[in-house]
Every structure is written in C-alpha cells, then in structure tokens.
Design a protein around this ligand. Structure first.
Ligand code: ADP
Length: 254
C-alpha cells in the first residue's frame, strides 16, 4: 500500500547555538490510520505538527502526501487536504457561525449546525446571547474547551482527509475533556490522523504510536508492544499514572 503521508529524514533546527527540534524523523502513515506522537516536553512534538501542517518548512528531508512533495502542492489544495486542530486556537472576531464556515461563506446554516452538533458544541452556542450570530470577543466569550470544539466543528465541515491534531495541554474540566474527546473521535473517523498527544491515556488505542526524544524517533509500535518493550513509552506511562494517582489520593484526602 502507498502511505498517504510520508516523512523522510526530516530535520528542523532552531536558534543559535542551533537546537535540533526535529533531528531526522522518518514516518509512514497509511490511509485511515491513527498515529500518535508522544514524548517528553521539548522532544519535538509540536515542531513535527507544524512541519506536517506546513506552517514551517523542514531544513532538509522531505514530507510527501500521496507521493507528492508538499513543497510542490498548491497552498489551497494543501489546506483542503490537511486539516489542523492545533493548540493555539484560531478563532476570529467574527460570528460563531462564520468561524465554523471559515473560508466557505456559502455553506448553508444546516451544515454549520450539523458540524457543531457533531463537535458537541451546539447547545453551548445556542445558550449565547445571539446564538450562532454572537461575535467572538464581544457577546461570545468561550472557554478554552468551547473554543476547541468550535475549531473541531470547523474541521468537520472542512472535511480534509488528513488531520493533524495537537491536543491542548491546558487543563479543562473533566466534563469538557470528555466532550472534546467525543468530538475528536467523531472528527477522526474515516480520516488519516496524526495526534500530538500530551496525555497518554487518550491514545492507547492508536494504530501506531511514535515516541520522540530530543527530536528523534526512539520507539514505535502499538500500546501493548511499547509497554512490553519497557522503554521510554513505558516510563512516560508509569509516571503519568503515578501522578494521576497522587491527584486522586489528594482529592480523596480533602
Ligand atoms: P514538544 O512539543 O515536544 O514540547 P517542541 O517541538 O515545542 O517540543 O520543541 C522542541 C525543541 O525545539 C525545544 O528544545 C524547543 O525549545 C525548541 N523550539 C521549538 N520551537 C522553537 C522556536 N520557535 N524557536 C526556538 N526554539 C524552538
């Protein structure tokens, strides 16, 4: 099978003295596959997401989609092919409806509502002073979790076959987190997805987990394979579980 997305020895360096945020990453993503990228803070996950979405260019190596180098793909075609839900959410100071149908002003209202329902944000939009006509920053003040679901609704409507998701690190309340996860699961269905995961428990079911450390791929496999390998993934998982247990115990003690 031909991979839909392929990275060959991708490198990207920042600053002086140079720090290699991406130090030769090679990856192949098959059509319909969900690939999770994990690693300690500073290991290059967000840099990889930015390179995949072509917000930044690699210093060397290549990224190709369906066998075509991304540098040869027209910007508008690339934007229609690779959707993103990244950490720095891009909501504009226009109505909620126009934020969801961004770049597609002709989209009928039913489709906007359908996408908002799928992204589990419709009821909260309806509760705003002017519903879908409320303007971001004026009468629509959204929490981080709500803003994220508006961005997910936009991606559902945009319907790009490849998606790059950079999960937010910011803590949201557990109820919002569950709804975000539901919305992301719906968005991911039937697409090829790369998830930049800052929390491990959400990606245990991924088809392929790629573990980065200092800009390099140090392990790859399924959750079960990586747990058995007893390497970096296992230690990240064990320390994440230990800290959530501490939080739970702390909450119970209070
Ligand atoms: P992660 O998402 O895994 O935390 P990043 O991709 O954000 O990792 O960062 C990888 C490395 O690259 C870090 O050492 C970080 O300090 C550096 N880095 C990332 N972005 C920039 C930038 N715009 N300018 C300078 N250094 C950067």
């Amino acid at each position: 099978m031909n991979p839909i997305l392929s990275l060959r020895d991708v490198r990207r360096t920042y600053g002086e003295p140079p720090v290699a945020a991406c130090a030769g990453v090679s990856l192949e993503i098959e059509r319909g596959e969900l690939v999770a990228v994990v690693g300690p803070s500073g290991s290059g996950k967000s840099t990889l997401a930015a390179l995949l979405a072509r917000f930044r260019d690699a210093d060397s190596g290549s990224i190709s989609i369906g066998g075509v180098d991304v540098r040869e793909i027209d910007e508008s075609v690339l934007r229609a092919t690779v959707g993103t839900v990244l950490q720095d959410l891009q909501l504009l100071g226009i109505s909620v409806a126009d934020n969801i149908r961004l770049g597609r002003p002709q989209t009928p209202m039913e489709r906007v509502v359908e996408a908002a329902r799928a992204a589990a944000i419709h009821d909260e939009i309806m509760a705003l002073p002017r519903g879908y006509d409320s303007v971001i920053g004026q009468d629509a003040r959204l929490s981080g979790g709500q803003a994220q679901r508006v961005c997910i609704a936009r991606s559902i409507l945009a319907d790009a076959p490849i998606l790059i998701l950079d999960e937010a690190t910011s803590a949201t309340d557990p109820e919002s987190e569950t709804r975000i996860q539901e919305a992301l699961d719906r968005l991911a269905t039937g697409r090829s997805v790369v998830v930049i995961a800052h929390r491990l428990h959400t990606i245990a079911g991924a088809d392929q987990i790629v573990v980065l450390d200092r800009g390099r791929v140090v392990e790859r496999g399924t959750h079960a394979e990586l747990m058995a390998a007893d390497g970096l993934y296992r230690s990240l998982w064990d320390s994440a579980n230990a800290s959530s247990e501490e939080t739970r115990e702390g909450a119970e003690a209070r």
